[in-house]
Design a protein around this ligand. Sequence first.
Ligand SMILES: Cc1cc2nc3c(=O)[nH]c(=O)nc-3n(C[C@H](O)[C@H](O)[C@H](O)COP(=O)(O)O)c2cc1C
Length: 172
Amino acid sequence: MKHSVSELTEVIRSRRTIYPKDFTERKVHKELVEKILNNALWAPNHGMTQPWRFKVYMGEALSALSNELSGIYERITPKEKFLQRKYDNNKNRPLQSSVVIAVSMEPGSNGLVPMIEEQAAVACAVQNMCLTATAYGLGSFWSSGKVVYSSELHDHLELSEKGRCLGLLYLG
Ligand SMILES: Cc1cc2nc3c(=O)[nH]c(=O)nc-3n(C[C@H](O)[C@H](O)[C@H](O)COP(=O)(O)O)c2cc1C
């Protein structure tokens, strides 16, 4: 056999979501983040459109992200629907993480690949990242929600009109 199926199975099955509140103080170094991102790029994608876009937040950028996410939540949520728990999640999760990767999709320029396939390719890239994180003993959490899908975050990430943010990947 060319690969160890049992090791592969072990990594797949031991990837479980770990929420940022349960992360340790361990700092994830830049070299490791690069290895995680490099494996993301090996995801299948139709027509080599490579529709994934990643914005990495580390160090001081995490407090700016914390302010950005909690600020967006406050602005887009009607007063009667405001939940302190959700505000706190947006505020605290970046601060509890060593790295946050904003994961977005930008469709190929020729417009031939259906959007669902571009999004599926990005989802495969996220799974590659989560499995790589697991192999390095890191926790990961893929989060979405109203803030992630908001036009405010879309603009903050400088996405095109057809681009979509598909989630925030918290690592720690
Ligand atoms: C696209 C996507 C978006 C998600 N968004 C959230 C989210 O916003 N909040 C949340 O608690 N879980 C979210 N989840 C689920 C968790 O990331 C996680 O996969 C789920 O809790 C199952 O746990 P497991 O990863 O250990 O199997 C999302 C999952 C996917 C695939």
